[in-house]
Design a protein around this ligand. Structure first.
Ligand code: ZN
Ligand code: ZN
Length: 276
């Protein structure tokens, strides 16, 4: 491992509590230590579309699916705390975050959730529009086929605005994650759909102090810029919106810490000793 004059924290990691992830908390912590990280913040998925029956909204515990509930959330938080106690003396801070998938009408359940449980980091991401996930290869094309790039952008950014206005979160995940499959479907015009739509979101974030993440998974997805693109990062910076954290969005131990070295200079406000 090359010497770094700054320490890196991965603030977006899915252990196997997330149904689309493999590798338990322990395995992810060991991977973080091996990569020389100082901190790992787990952000398991919490998708609470009120239109979907509660029994199919699940979290995985020790290989078995359990309905999302206070009990499952508590089990997750206890497991993270246990890992922190084990790994902190070895030089790794282990934090308990959550990645909430935003759905219309989810505020009430989230307000209750956050009043009952203390999370170190509350991340919100938008993955679904109109009951289809544009982040899931089996549904993305169907989702996009319903909209022109402009219509898609109107839906996407209006839902992100709702999430920001809820004032429930610390940070917005992968602000332009629609590029993952949207760049192939719509082509280059998708790169510019944020223009004129993201500014009111940044104004609201600025007021509430909410930040956004630099998410390195875009490189794993074959794209040539992080989520979000440098154009969006620069606009945010110009408008005074802060980078809250950098994260790999790992869904398996091998991906923990991926490309964080490259993301650190982009988020230089988090790394005072990092050369730009
Ligand atoms: Zn996400
Ligand atoms: Zn994620």
């Amino acid at each position: 491992m090359a010497y770094r004059a700054y320490v890196l924290a991965d603030y977006h990691v899915h252990p196997d509590f997330s149904i689309d992830a493999v590798g338990n908390i322990d395995e992810h912590c060991r991977a973080a230590l091996n990569k020389g990280l100082a901190e790992i913040c787990f952000t398991t998925h919490y998708d609470n579309d009120p239109k979907i029956p509660a029994k199919v909204r699940t979290m995985r515990i020790n290989g078995e699916l359990h309905q999302l509930s206070d009990k499952t959330v508590k089990t997750y938080l206890d497991a993270v705390e246990k890992a922190h106690k084990k790994y902190f003396p070895r030089g790794l801070k282990v934090s308990a975050g959550i990645e909430v998938g935003w759905f219309p009408g989810c505020e009430k359940e989230l307000t209750a959730l956050f009043s009952k449980h203390a999370f170190d980091y509350k991340l919100v991401g938008l993955h679904d529009i109109g009951a289809l996930s544009f982040c899931y290869h089996k549904q993305a094309e169907k989702c996009f086929s319903r909209y022109s790039p402009e219509e898609f952008a109107d839906h996407y950014f209006s839902l992100i605005k709702d999430a920001v206005d809820s004032d429930l979160f610390d940070s917005v995940a992968h602000l332009d994650v629609y590029r993952r499959y949207g760049q192939g479907y719509y082509g280059e015009p998708i790169l510019n759909i944020y223009r004129g739509r993201i500014e009111p979101i940044f104004e609201a974030m600025n007021k509430s102090g909410m930040g956004f993440e630099i998410n390195t998974s875009a490189f794993r997805h074959g794209l040539d810029q992080f989520y979000p693109t440098m154009d969006i990062v620069n606009l945010a910076r110009k408008m005074g919106v802060r980078v809250a954290a950098i994260g790999s969005d790992a869904h398996r131990p091998d991906d923990v810490g991926g490309d964080l070295d490259a993301a650190a200079p982009v988020a230089h406000e988090l790394f005072p000793y990092c050369d730009e």
